[in-house]
Ligand binder design. Sequence first.
Ligand code: ME8
Length: 621
Amino acid sequence: HNGDNKIHKPYYITTPIFYPNASPHIGHLYTLVAGDVFARYQRARGRDVRFLAGTDEHGMKIQKAARAHFGGEAGREKEFCDALSKRFRDLGSRANISNTCFMRTSSDEHHRAVEHVWRDLYAKGYIYKSKYEGWYSITDECFYTDSQITYPTPTTPVSIETGSAVERTSEENYMFRLSALRDALLAHYTARPGSVYPKQYYDNVLGMLGAAPIVPSSGSGSEVAAKSQDTVKTAVLDDFVLSDISISRPRSRLEWGVQVPDDPEQTVYVWFDALLIYLTGAGYPWSSTGSATKQTQGGWPADVQVIGKDILRFHAIYLPAILLALSGGPYSGTGANSSPGTTNSSAIVQLPKTLLTHAHWTSSQKKMSKSLGNVADPLQAMEEWGVDVVRFYMMRVGGRWMADADWSTEQLDKHYKEIQSQLGNYFLRIASPRIAERAKGGAGPIPEALKRIFTDGASTSTSTSSASIEVEVRENHMENEELCDPNALLLRHTLALKGRVDTCMEELEAGNALAEIMAVLKVANKTLTDIAPWARTTPPEVVHTTWVVALETLRIVAGCLEPFMPGIARSLQEGLGVTDAVGETDGEGRESEWNGKEEKMEEIYGEEAMRRFWRRWDGKD
Ligand code: ME8
């Protein structure tokens, strides 16, 4: 509870729950890391963070894999999932993923949530029984229509989109009235242009709803415009129909799953079940009295849901449709859900806020697949390169979400070296006893100009980019030569860094945040090389100033890096003798902290501290 007596909602982040039918691969780890970067970032800002990961254990795919594993024996799916689910959980721990729960769809609490949703929607008329005819792909766990199928050979129909084999199904199913929710979905999305990010995927979602954004013809930078606008104007296809979807399978085909309430002959379709895990993770079902409060306390609605582009439709169309139906009154005929959410307000289940959608990793430029033998193993990569190097690589290369990235050890090596040269060597040079000795020799008051930047640099600097800082400094140079001192320049960059990282992280641009951090380190390294504090000719007081500015740079960089490389960031902080992330202290506070740190720094020259640092650095601790 905050001062207004309002409930402070936990920040809720989710990743997809993965199918435990095979070992995890780097794609799974990538999504986990993406979620973790935002979870750690929000936590460092003082938010109570809920972070859900887990496994999706029902369905034909798992049933088939489990039976194959046990030589055709039925009924051992749970046992199979217990073992494989653990590998995903362990992957998370190994990679330092800070998820607060690990949910499995086979759990009792999840079954209860699914049953609750089902009964509610059935009672309202959103679920009906029908004969379903169409195609099903076990690999994709997805129903397809005739128009989504192609025949590479006359007897092997496959999905056009994924190339996966499909089989003809003709069976009694329960259907969900997705068609009735199209208008409500469209209204939701046009009012929230930022709800699917990056924008290209937002446009894809509009396309799935038979609409397209109208780009203003004068339109400069439609992306920027779309972000700042409250609504997006769309061109809508009038004859577009969002078809109802099948949400169950006959038990004779699918035994392993949630049984349809009151119908032992049917099993809930795996995706209908899986998507509800996000609700389960937030404590659903919330009892009807005070359910709005319970919902909020549980973290619902999700703030950020990280997904791969392969499962956009499920998350952007199916889940919100289910939630809209849950929130609305009974279905009442054609186009009928005219006003979902206008019933009893405590029953409204809000829609997730942002769907962060990312592209895929390929391996040797190809989609990873067991049959091609090109599946990159995340555990092996972390063993070989260290946890934080793998995390760094994933966000440095894949942190802009849009483009597919190719996994390669050459690239990993390149980024390993980037960390080593830009951060590791910088730290070592600053921590070297010789430099410290010289710095101490020159100890005295920090030059006034620097002190000024330090006390009010971050707040008075209007610069929002590295480039504009350069300009600002160059202009100031005419009036004040001192400001052109390389240390002053670096200090300005350093003090502006946190604000810039904040901006990027608010925009969900993790890759840009990392780029900002690395840009400051580049300036830092250049400053050190230019000043050469190790050279005999450099005056001791300059060495001292350089040393202090470098320490402050490292402190701030460490705080900013924490979401990306938590292990290395902590080693740095320990090495520097600071414990917290980037402090928000005022001028005076900072200064005393700064002075204190100089003393702390002296303590770490002990070999033990360095040994500890390098052990962590190498991912051995
Ligand atoms: O789809 N590159 O599970 P899944 C990047 N159980 N990310 C990748 C990737 C790649 N090559 N391959 C997979 C399912 N991913 C469902 C989800 S959610 C209610 C149910 C990541 O094991 C990416 O996040 O097939 C993708 O969306 C997800 O793993 C699919 O994992």
